[in-house]
Design a protein around this ligand. Structure first.
Ligand SMILES: Cc1cc2nc3c(=O)[nH]c(=O)nc-3n(C[C@H](O)[C@H](O)[C@H](O)COP(=O)(O)OP(=O)(O)OC[C@H]3O[C@@H](n4cnc5c(N)ncnc54)[C@H](O)[C@@H]3O)c2cc1C
Length: 350
């Protein structure tokens, strides 16, 4: 039960919003998308609770304001009106020329749509979901709860590609490195890519980055061992020459031409197994290609960091920090030296 009257009020508004937004997707004989929508309301409230304080409070205030403004329009609070009247108030805000009003409705609509369509997958993903129930500690070198003070020469905060590569190079150079990660350790296989469960467990704020107003770009971030590398699409480009040129000019960096970087590009491409599809592209890609051809646009296959075993519908394995560390740890052990992979902490042995 909601603990106080504001929470209860907020719950009722979210419930009204969730019900109205979900109903537009419900179709006869389509059980997974139909009511009741209590699970959807619960999901939206849980997501709201995951927002950082500086976003949670304004979003809550905006939502309460939305409810109160129902009084101005219809003499009664939004959440206490009938479903058709609620739908018309939502439509007014959704089509408003005030970006703040539009964004608030979009925020709720996107969460409701996500939760609603994830219902269908939930059974299929049930086994994968259970893998998220606790952080995996698949290596004896993973440490999540150090019992005594840890000492190191260099501490690196964040285990995404930036931090992990820096830690790895320093460790290989013989330095005593501690890599600190606030997120949990989950392997790539712990859940279906781009699923609701993955967003809840591997993304910062459950995959929400709310920005009201005329924001130019929407983005999300990883928050787990491996950072963004655990959730990204693996699309790879060499740094374009015009970007290198601007970096050379603005920051006076020497030896930064495409030619200078070829050995580094090649090293990354080999390490990450950057490759093209070994056989025919999937139907969705062919559709995009056909659309581009029809519009007269250039269309090319973007290489990805995927490791393929061979042709014949091999879907390949995406590469990520946890995947590479696992491979490398194994290789290094067999060479007689070790890099410790620790949950929330990664350090070289002293
Ligand atoms: C959904 C998605 C798809 C993407 N697709 C592609 C793609 O196809 N191709 C491509 O090139 N790029 C893609 N990217 C971008 C790419 O993943 C990022 O550029 C890359 O991960 C950035 O690496 P990073 O190490 O700088 O930061 P991050 O990967 O964000 O890692 C930072 C890590 O630091 C941790 N952290 C932060 N603060 C603290 C703290 N105070 N204490 C402890 N830990 C902390 C975080 O939890 C996180 O794990 C995508 C990103 C996302 C989110």
């Amino acid at each position: 039960m909601p603990p106080d009257s504001t929470s209860s009020w907020f719950h009722d508004i979210v419930s009204g919003l969730a019900y109205s937004a979900a109903q537009t997707h419900a179709a006869p004989n389509c059980l997974p998308l139909g009511p009741p929508y209590n699970d959807i309301t619960r999901f939206v409230l849980e997501q709201q609770a995951r927002l950082p304080d500086y976003l949670r409070s304004p979003m809550k205030l905006a939502t309460l304001g939305f409810d109160l403004l129902g009084c101005l329009r219809t003499g009664r609070l939004f959440h206490s009106r009938s479903a058709p009247i609620r739908a018309s108030q939502i439509a007014v805000w959704k089509n408003s020329n005030q970006s703040f009003q539009r964004d608030l409705i979009r925020y709720y609509e996107s969460l409701v749509t996500f939760a609603l369509y994830s219902r269908q997958q939930s059974e299929v993903e049930a086994s994968a979901t259970s893998a998220f129930s606790s952080a995996e500690t698949e290596s004896s070198q993973v440490l999540s709860d150090p019992q005594s003070a840890l000492h190191c020469e260099i501490a690196i905060v964040g285990s995404g590609p930036g931090g992990a590569i820096t830690a790895c190079l320093l460790a290989e150079a013989g330095r005593d490195v501690l890599l600190i990660e606030e997120g949990l350790f989950h392997s790539l296989e712990s859940g279906a890519p781009f699923s609701l469960e993955e967003m809840v467990h591997k993304y910062r704020n459950g995959g929400q980055t709310v920005a009201l107003g005329k924001n130019k770009i929407a983005y999300v971030e990883g928050r787990c061992v491996g950072g963004g590398s655990e959730i990204n699409s693996g699309l790879y480009h060499r740094t374009p020459p015009e970007i290198l040129e601007s970096w050379r000019d603005r920051f006076q960096v020497e030896a930064l031409t495409g030619q200078d970087l070829v050995p580094h590009f090649l090293a990354c491409e080999q390490e990450l197994s950057v490759s093209l599809l070994p056989d025919a592209p999937p139907a969705a890609s062919l559709k995009l290609q056909a659309g581009a051809a029809r519009l007269g646009w250039n269309c090319l296959e973007v290489p990805r960091w995927f490791r393929y075993r061979g042709p014949n519908n091999d879907r390949g394995a995406r590469q990520s920090m946890t995947a590479i560390v696992r491979r490398e740890t194994h290789t290094r052990r067999s060479r007689g030296s070790r890099i410790s992979m620790l949950h929330t902490w990664l350090r070289t042995p002293t």
